[in-house]
Design a protein around this ligand. Structure first.
Ligand code: SDX
Length: 434
């Protein structure tokens, strides 16, 4: 959507640049010809003010705490939908008719098993390997078993997109469970064919050869909600990475494996693990959170209140609101009393009385409460970011498809060079030793 113009004056040159206005009124200056017209580029370290694309998938209003997948408010999807239906919605753009949902579910649930020769990859990882390292490696390797789906021939890949997408949505879960088992030197548990997406994952995680784990309905529902709430979030770091890698023509397996790597960092998807470790430290120190909050106000990036703050939300993350309520429901349903939830609630209350957090609009984000639910389900902390990756897979796939269909150009940002001016080579014998 386009309308009106912006006028830009650079020294004695004045140019007009078109404005692009989105369906929710967001406005962008189209600077695609800025350098051609003026010889200058824009600068936006971290891209906080830069739109990389036009997208129809997810809408976020950070000031009002709004999140919608394909126009549907996250609150309604959380209450009435489920992870696989939302995955279909994100990928196809519409809620599925019953027959389409059945077919999609069958495609996903029927693709849970892993090729026998993939099992050997796991034996190559050291026992202390982080599950995210294993997951990204295994997702990329998966493409080797589907050369026809990982051909880097874009038109072929788009023609077979749904098959590849269902394989990835299904098998990322199996690979995750296998990385959990491998780390604990446990035998792999094969998927079942007659249980739900989440229950099958928990079966592959927690069953034993001699004793099946059967997920309680409340647990299946809680995990479904966590995955659904993580399914997409527009141009976050990992999704932008998927789009960056896809823009070079790379296939779905390589692009989503890159997304997993980007998600791993503690400033992004690794925050849920960091939140639990933070709450456990506060608990073990017998601190009521005051000491931690004081340290977080120092501005030291290493002492931040993990699970707080967001590049886009300058209000309460709507997902955090839903998860905070879900925490209490899940713990009640399971008859658990987790002291870390009490600490988290106290920490939030204390922080949101502090001008430091309020003045910077730092509120709980999706990671602040999600870990408490995963811990209640029995998922260990080192698997928290893996759960985020399983949830985000449909979003990555939807963005890969949107970029592929739009025939977007390769992503290649510019820079402002601030290094040495031209200088001549000095042979090593002429260089002074310090
Ligand atoms: C996710 O992008 C997405 O959509 C991501 C995500 C998704 O679904 O994909 O929503 C998932 O990644 C959520 C965020 C998880 N990360 C954390 O919880 C880690 C803790 N949060 C921060 O690192 C930080 O808030 C970020 C990275 C999330 C956002 O950082 P910004 O927007 O770049 O903010 P900034 O680093 O410029 O900080 C602005 C100010 C600074 O203080 P001043 O320099 O102004 O004095 O706020 C302070 C920061 O020091 N600040 C914090 C803080 N976060 C920012 N101070 C204490 N604790 C914090 N958590």
């Amino acid at each position: 959507m386009s309308s009106a113009n912006a006028t830009l004056r650079i020294q004695d040159q004045e140019i007009t640049l078109p404005l692009i206005v989105g369906s929710e009124g967001e406005c962008a200056i189209d600077i695609r010809h800025l350098r051609d017209q003026t010889g200058t580029i824009s600068y936006d370290d971290g891209y906080g003010n830069t739109g990389s694309c036009q997208s129809t998938i997810t809408f976020i209003d950070g000031d009002r705490g709004i999140l919608r997948y394909r126009g549907y408010p996250i609150e309604q999807l959380a209450e009435h939908s489920n992870f696989l239906e939302v995955a279909y919605l994100l990928i196809h753009g519409e809620l599925p008719p019953p027959s389409h949902l059945r077919r999609f579910r069958q495609l996903v649930l029927g693709n849970a098993a892993i090729q026998q020769s993939m099992l050997h990859h796991f034996s190559g990882f050291p026992n202390n390997s982080h599950p995210m390292a294993m997951l990204s490696a295994m997702v990329n390797s998966l493409g080797c078993f589907y050369p026809q789906l990982a051909s880097n021939d874009r038109s072929r890949e788009l023609a077979q997109f749904e098959e590849a997408a269902c394989i990835l949505i299904s098998k990322v879960r199996t690979l995750a469970a296998m990385s959990y088992r491998m780390k604990r030197d446990k035998p792999f548990i094969h998927p079942k064919t007659n249980v739900s997406y989440c229950s099958n994952f928990l079966h592959m995680m927690f069953s034993e050869p001699y004793a099946d784990y059967v997920a309680r309905e409340e647990v299946d529902r809680a995990l479904n909600l966590i995955l659904l709430l993580h399914a997409d979030h527009e141009q976050n770091c990992s999704t932008s990475t998927v789009r960056m890698v896809a823009s070079g023509g790379a296939n779905l397996f390589a692009s989503t494996a890159a997304g997993i790597c980007a998600l791993w960092g503690p400033a992004h998807g690794g925050a849920n693990q960091a939140v639990l470790e933070m709450l456990q430290t506060i608990h073990d120190d017998g601190d009521d959170g005051t000491k931690f909050i004081e340290a977080a106000k120092s501005g030291d990036k290493q002492k931040r209140l993990m699970g707080f703050g967001h590049r886009v939300y300058k209000n309460y993350d709507p997902r955090a609101k839903i998860l905070k309520k879900q925490c209490e429901d899940v713990l009640d349903a399971l008859g658990l009393n987790d002291p870390l939830l009490d600490i988290a609630l106290r920490l939030e209350e204390a922080a949101l009385r502090e001008d430091y957090f309020l003045s910077r609009k730092l509120y709980p984000n999706v990671d602040f409460y999600s870990g408490i639910i995963m811990r209640a389900i029995g998922i260990p902390v080192d698997m928290f970011t893996v759960m985020f990756a399983i949830g985000r897979m449909p979003g990555w796939l939807a963005h890969w498809k949107e970029l592929a269909q739009a025939k977007s150009p390769i992503h290649r940002p510019r820079q402002i060079y601030t290094g040495h001016p031209a200088r001549d080579f000095v042979p090593v014998e002429n260089r002074p030793d310090p």
